[in-house]
Write a new protein. Structure first.
Length: 107
């Protein structure tokens, strides 16, 4: 039976030091050095060095604002029911996505 091993995309890998202390280490995969980052994006969530949700929230708010403006430009009709339905489908789903990840922080 052939063994299946998933390939690692080294170009997408990085090092994220979490916390106040930063470690000056040079990590590598197959001889290719990984770069240090202040934040990383994984599975739709942006994680920052201090584990604060502020970077993720500001990105989501910016995307939601752009989508809301696009909806407003796309429809000539100013029918409130139509605009609310478009908002629920295209904007609210974006805002509610992964909101559970940060829920613990506020309760």
């Amino acid at each position: 039976m052939a063994e299946r091993v998933a390939a690692v995309s080294v170009n997408k890998c990085c090092v994220l030091n979490v916390g106040k202390v930063t470690y000056d280490t040079c990590l590598s995969i197959d001889g290719i050095a990984l770069h240090d980052v202040d934040s990383a994006h994984d599975l739709g969530v942006t994680v920052s060095r201090d584990l604060s949700p502020s970077l993720y929230i500001s990105n989501v708010v910016a995307k939601a604002h752009k989508r809301t403006a696009a909806i407003y430009r796309a429809f000539r009709s100013r029918n409130v029911d139509l605009l609310i339905r478009a908002y629920i489908v295209y904007v609210r789903t974006l805002v509610e996505h992964d909101s559970v990840v940060w829920y613990y922080r506020y309760h």
